[in-house]
Write a protein that binds this ligand. Sequence first.
Ligand SMILES: O=C(O)CCC(=O)C(=O)O
Ligand SMILES: [Fe+2]
Length: 345
Amino acid sequence: MSVLRQPPPSKPSVSQLPPLTLSNPSMVAQHTPCTMHLSVLPPELACKLFYTMVDLSQAWKRNKWWLFDRVVESPHRTSFFVRKTNGVDDDESWQEAAQYWYNGRATDPPEVFPKLMEEACEYVEKIVNDEMRKRERLPLEWTGQGQSWHANVAASNCYEGAQESVGFHSDQLTYLGPYPTIASLSLGTTRVFRLREVIPSDEISTRRGRTFNIPLPHNSLTIMHATTQESFKHSIPPQPTLDMYRPLYPHPAKPSALPEPSNCRINITFRFYRPDFNPKSIPRCKCGVPTILRPDMKNRHDGKTDRYWWTCYAGAQNDGKGCDFWRVMDMRAEGRGTATTEPGT
Ligand SMILES: O=C(O)CCC(=O)C(=O)O
Ligand SMILES: [Fe+2]
């Protein structure tokens, strides 16, 4: 006699929505904490800045870090800039911040914003401030002590060809502090910027993170507003093909030649390093190196009770060997925050 067994009780299935392409600014604003702005710089400035950065990028480095027991190398080139017009060699805090960008590897003093980047930054700041005025400030966010958002550093990436990429990550908050606003300028060939929400542990049985693909054209600005780093991861995935960028203007070094199509994308992320998270204030771990600040993405709540922690970062640099340093960040006890915020509340 055959016995018919009951099938095992099925787990309640959580439906996974398919990836969604956000092809215009209103879709980006509807589905993510980011905004997208098109044709942000005068066309000639955008084109010349693209040439400047591609030329500079020949000397940029691929980031390296330890992952378990091997060194991995980022599949794109990157560089870090500070916004100063006089010498930076004497300012050790910028040196430390720059070194950080390269996962602790020793670097030359960081470069200062090239003239055209400075010009672009002024347009970017205006757009960012117009956008921020429409949004509420969160309690731990920098309120500017009367100052508006401004960039004091920038990191730039060059992706050459369709295969160069950056994997899913959220930006470290070490010098940015909680709920930063990061303005990301795209120049050159269009690439997809991919965002995926990290679902808090207590919602994992009821919903899944959806993947959003945002094609970023030449001369567009993506603003990652407050909560983007706390609730989403982002990446630039490799893609099967790409459309070449056709510059409108010739390269300044070859003014009479026809502009050549390019397979490069330049990204410049303009960032504001907070004075209350300056390098001297960053806790050191047992390895003696500055820790990194990360949000507790899995246990976030309402933007008011969110947690951040300082953890050892030596593992990324020091043959993969770090320590177990881990400490919750306490704005009030660490003396951080601005006059108009209520730190720690
Ligand atoms: O290239 C981009 O748009 C993203 C770069 C990025 O995520 C980063 O530099 O942290
Ligand atoms: Fe990033």
